[in-house]
Design a protein around this ligand. Structure first.
Ligand code: ARG
Length: 457
């Protein structure tokens, strides 16, 4: 079928350049499973409401299913002059089953159709993202359990701050991923609303049953306002925004893995088969994978900003600008899924260098807060204790010592309150395990967190 389905009003054929510029089939073909799913539900409803005959509905359903089969098997030719996925499928249907195929589009517009397809797409992709987020969390928890004894310096301002459990550090990313999952679930609540039945913008003169279609498609709600139904892309922006935050978290983790795998830190060994070499420098093992995740984050942010910008000036209802929603959506969703998957795979084989981490806790005065806390237990106000320990650090630096190296006599010169029991406070393991406050880094707390997370996952 060469002519346009909407061609009646036109005296001239569309210019070739216009066909190419206007067409979205090169990317929106990805919506085909959802387009067919939506059409099947729609045409069932049309027959149920006696808008078309049962016989016509059956032959349309059969035709749609045979098209779906051919597309799935790569036997379908998408045509640019049929513009988009919707028209390609409808034109093919009419080609296959004859003029009765033209009844499919009764009481429907491409405007509500594309809104439905996009929602069905977002729903199925959001569910994949949830699964990937779950796998990601599982690996982090597994690593936390395997490395429950490992201690490293925690950082603020990228300066050594206080000793923490590696497990605690890893579980911080589990918390981020858990919030990411909540955000996706929340977006799903507003994705699963049926727009079909809005028609082009005003509803339809036919006695349709939108609630039946919603039920067929597993949507919990039906949209309230036909204009809003075809104009709304909030649901997509919410999903893109959730993706942007997921990538933010993956990017921060990537940054840490990149830093930690440097010779300067040497905390972590990324698996060989997730790294690449240099064409010139034989010694190089480069962390390309986390770098790429960090880099792709920019694109995912850009897609969010792109769609917000597309939408911000549009009058109601549908405008062709909105065709620009898809490439960014597909890109963000696919990038998010791939990045989650590859990060999870890489983490599974990542080795942490416990000895190097431990050594790093022995320099940098990470027990300074503990010494101050100790003084507080001896009745010294925290502010004074802070000052005393600050002086002790200064002293150590002139002597090239750490706080743990100081003798009782040296310590007592700083404060008479200090006694022999100070040495149990100047101990890395004890420092970690004393931080038993809810959500703290003590092993007892972290173990509790692990078991709670495992229950939740
Ligand atoms: N390809 C179009 C899109 O993605 C489908 C809707 C077209 N509607 C229209 N009135 N031209 O937005």
């Amino acid at each position: 079928m060469a002519t346009k389905l909407w061609g009646g009003r036109f005296a001239e054929k569309t210019a070739k350049e216009v066909d190419e510029f206007n067409a979205s089939i090169s990317f929106d073909y990805k919506l085909w499973p959802y387009d067919i799913e939506g059409s099947l539900a729609h045409v069932k409803m049309l027959a149920r409401q006696k808008i078309i005959s049962q016989k016509d509905s059956s032959s349309i359903q059969k035709g749609l299913k045979s098209i779906a089969q051919d597309i799935a098997q790569g036997r379908f030719e998408w045509k640019t002059d049929q513009e988009d996925v919707h028209l390609n499928i409808e034109a093919e249907l009419i080609d296959r089953i004859g003029p009765v195929g033209g009844k499919l589009h009764t009481a429907r517009s491409r405007n509500d159709q594309v809104a439905l397809d996009a929602r069905l797409y977002c729903r199925s992709q959001a569910k994949i993202i949830l699964k990937e987020l779950n796998n990601f969390q599982r690996v982090l928890v597994q690593l936390a359990e395997e490395n429950i004894e490992v201690i490293l310096p925690g950082y603020t301002h990228l300066q050594r701050a206080q000793p923490i459990l590696l497990a605690h550090h890893l579980l911080a990313y589990v918390e981020m991923a858990a919030r990411d999952s909540e955000r996706i679930c929340d977006a799903l609540k507003r994705i699963e609303i049926l727009p079909l039945g809005a028609g082009a913008l005003a509803g339809t003169t036919f006695p349709i049953d939108r609630h039946f279609v919603a039920k067929e498609l597993g949507f919990s709600r039906v949209s309230n306002n036909s204009l809003d139904s075809v104009s709304d892309r909030d649901f997509m922006i919410e999903l893109l925004s959730a993706c942007a935050l997921i990538l933010t978290h993956l990017s921060r983790l990537s940054e840490e893995l990149i830093l930690w795998s440097s010779f300067e830190f040497f905390f972590v060994a990324l698996p060989d088969n997730f790294c690449t070499g240099s064409s010139m420098m034989p010694q190089k093992k480069n962390p390309d994978i986390p770098e790429l995740i960090r880099g792709k984050t920019g694109r995912v942010f850009g897609n969010l900003m792109g769609l917000l910008t597309v939408m911000k000036g549009l009058p109601l209802a549908y405008n062709k600008d909105m065709q620009e929603d898809k490439e960014g959506l597909f890109d963000s969703v696919e990038t998010t899924q791939t990045c989650l998957r590859i990060m999870t795979l890489m983490l599974q084989k990542t080795k942490f260098r416990a000895e190097v981490m431990k050594k790093a806790t022995q320099e940098g005065f990470v027990l300074a807060t503990d010494l101050a806390d100790y003084l507080v237990t001896k009745g010294i106000p925290f502010r004074d204790a802070h000052h005393i320990v600050g002086q002790a650090v200064l002293y150590c630096q002139t002597k090239n010592k750490t706080l743990e190296d100081l003798s009782l006599e040296e310590l007592q010169k700083m404060s008479k309150a200090i006694e022999q029991d100070v040495f149990s406070w100047l101990n890395i393991e004890n420092a970690v395990n004393r931080r038993k406050s809810f959500g703290g880094t003590a092993k007892s707390e972290v173990k509790k967190q692990i078991s709670q997370i495992k229950k939740r996952l």
